[in-house]
Write a protein that binds this ligand. Structure first.
Ligand code: GTP
Ligand code: MG
Length: 206
């Protein structure tokens, strides 16, 4: 899956532009600037494929990425798609705009039957915030499988990572749709990326 190049195929500004439900999809959710787009680039090994920025609010549509080499015709569909999403929470954009992005992301996560799992990204420096809890409430209610990924571990002391993992795990205990494993990653240093690839390859078969 991750040994061939990946390409961008579609930006979806509202639900009516979604591609027909087909291959399994894996989506990346999290607060603005948590590192969703950077993590996708690290997973597929293509720097700059998903656009990243230090300014929160960079990703503004549901952006679809697939392994290259598929026509997209019936019978030649890609094996899966990765979906980069706008962040929630604070962003350098008008509030109405941010509200629309949040609604798009929430409606997609609730209603997409081919969405196999949501990766919920949490900044290692900040931990779970109130709006992350809100997203988990929604995913639990929708019975949509999700797994927490800690990002930017290069920004904290290495010794703090195991404790952060176990704190996060205990916060997930009573959440029925949460996968009971947390993956710590750094897109910058490549930490946790192969582990995440393995988890995704398994999730699309479920
Ligand atoms: P939005 O699209 O705005 O919601 O943001 P995003 O979640 O896609 O974050 P993005 O990948 O654009 O990264 C935000 C900033 O964090 C960028 O300046 C990245 O370079 C930086 N960043 C992302 N991942 C890492 C990481 O693992 N380590 C470090 N040090 N910085 C990172
Ligand atoms: Mg982004």
């Amino acid at each position: 899956l991750f040994s061939k190049p990946w390409v961008f195929i579609r930006g979806v500004p509202s639900l009516k532009f979604l591609p027909p439900e087909g291959p399994p999809e894996i989506a990346f959710a999290g607060r603005s600037n948590v590192g969703k787009s950077s993590l996708i680039n690290a997973l597929v090994g293509v720097n700059g494929l998903a656009r990243t920025s230090n300014t929160p609010g960079r990703t503004q549509e549901l952006n679809y990425f697939v392994p290259s080499g598929y026509s997209g015709d019936e019978g030649d569909l890609p094996p899966m798609a990765l979906v980069d999403m706008p962040g929630y929470g604070y962003a350098k954009a008008p509030k109405d705009q941010v509200d629309l992005w949040t609604k798009l992301v929430f409606d997609y996560m609730r209603g997409r039957s081919t969405l196999k799992r949501v990766y919920l990204l949490i900044d290692s420096r900040h931990g779970l915030k109130k709006n992350d809890e809100g997203v988990m409430d929604l995913l639990d209610k929708a019975a949509m499988s999700y797994q927490v990924v800690l990002t930017k571990t290069d920004k904290i002391k290495a010794a703090g990572v195991p404790r952060l993992i176990s704190e996060t795990l205990s916060a997930l205990k009573r959440r029925p749709a949460a996968y009971p494993e947390v993956i710590a990653t750094s897109s910058e240093k490549g930490e946790g990326i192969s582990e995440l690839r393995t988890a995704i390859a398994l999730a699309i078969t479920l």
